[in-house]
Design a binder for this molecule. Sequence first.
Ligand SMILES: *[C@@H]1O[C@H](CO)[C@@H](O)[C@H](O)[C@H]1NC(C)=O
Ligand SMILES: *[C@@H]1O[C@H](CO)[C@@H](O)[C@H](O)[C@H]1NC(C)=O
Ligand SMILES: *[C@@H]1O[C@H](CO)[C@@H](O)[C@H](O)[C@H]1NC(C)=O
Ligand SMILES: *[C@@H]1O[C@H](CO)[C@@H](O)[C@H](O)[C@H]1NC(C)=O
Length: 404
Amino acid sequence: MASRVLLILCLSSLFFFLAASTKEYPSQAKIFDVRNYGAHGDGRRDNAFSFTKAWNEACQWSNGRSTVYIPPGIFYLRQVTFTGPCKNPITFIIRGTLLAPRNPYAIKQDEWILFKYVDNLTVTGGGLLDGQGSYSWPLNDCNKNTNCRTLAMNIGFAFVKSSKINGLRSINSKMGHFNLFSVEDFNITGVTITAPGDSPNTDGIKIGKSSHMNIFNVTIGTGDDCIAILDGTSNLDISDVRCGPGHGISVGSLGRYKEEKNVQGLTVRNSIINGTTDGLRIKTWAKSVSQISVSNFLYENIQMINVGNPIVIDQQYCPHGQCDSPGKYASHVQIKDVKYNKIWGTSTSKEALKMQCSKAFPCQDVELSNINLKYVGRDGLVTALCENVGGSIRGKIVPANCRI
Ligand SMILES: *[C@@H]1O[C@H](CO)[C@@H](O)[C@H](O)[C@H]1NC(C)=O
Ligand SMILES: *[C@@H]1O[C@H](CO)[C@@H](O)[C@H](O)[C@H]1NC(C)=O
Ligand SMILES: *[C@@H]1O[C@H](CO)[C@@H](O)[C@H](O)[C@H]1NC(C)=O
Ligand SMILES: *[C@@H]1O[C@H](CO)[C@@H](O)[C@H](O)[C@H]1NC(C)=O
């Protein structure tokens, strides 16, 4: 009897709890399923029109949160732009595969899929963006031709605030995969980005003019930078990245254009860089016009596995023979307050630590501690090259011959 009373009491308090919690969130998100707007997951018919219609209705929904839902299936999409501002927070769930056109010139914008002027956006669902880049990689001559035609990146976010991408896969972009431009308070988690190690310009995540971003628990293997950080970026926190193949985590190239802005407040922690050409790299043009600074960086607890050049500062960047003679120009980019702590593992080149700072603006307050890099070859010992570097070394580091 007593236990029955107790059970009833429990049930009624559970009921109260549920009632109270639904009261707290009065409106469930309204679902806008793309199938109700004529989308077909047959991998053939273009879905741009129905996706845009679903987005526009969801975005203008004024009674609470809204969700655009793309179910499992293969949804061909020529190109699409989802524009805000929206009335309320909006979630974009991709369960299926979005398939890009094979012909790169069919896409007439910088990103195949673009979100712009949106706040409080969540893109999630574990779905796949397939850029079908293998059809256009042979047409890419950007490594030889500075005026080459650029191709679309898989997905872009421009002027987007307080938003996140969580659980999304991207493969075989025509050029880069994720492009973030002028975003603020933006998080990327649980994302997997894949393209072959020899595919041209397939950067993983490219970030410019953005602030207060977190990148956490991502796996990136491509033919270019895993993460490329461009000018005007501040307060970027990167951790738990598995990077490789590719060109590592790069800042730059910086300094080439007049209107560039500083890069400050970068942390890269608890990550593995595996089989890349470079590891942690900062690159500025030797022939530079902007007097910007790169400051307040921390690289910590990073394992290198067979990385070409694990630690690089290159202020003499001048590809395609654009400097009349080597050493003629000195970068105007000031690098300062950059810490490297607990960087360890293997290098496939002898010069595992290479810092060539500007003669005109030497690096300041570079701090090296707990560095232990081994050369995997047998024809010599690991070594460091440090030019125009000011700062300090704490404790023992290997390679040890860096004079700063
Ligand atoms: C986004 O969220 C912020 C903070 O919760 C809120 O102030 C703002 O009105 C929201 N904007 C939209 C468009 O949902
Ligand atoms: C991003 O992550 C940080 C740290 O976990 C958190 O404080 C912030 O609110 C998150 N922002 C968004 C938009 O999810
Ligand atoms: C990391 O992301 C993967 C998806 O790529 C997910 O399955 C896993 O649970 C995430 N781990 C953490 C610690 O968030
Ligand atoms: C490094 O990459 C190699 C080659 O892809 C792979 O076999 C190995 O498991 C990776 N190691 C780690 C620790 O991720």
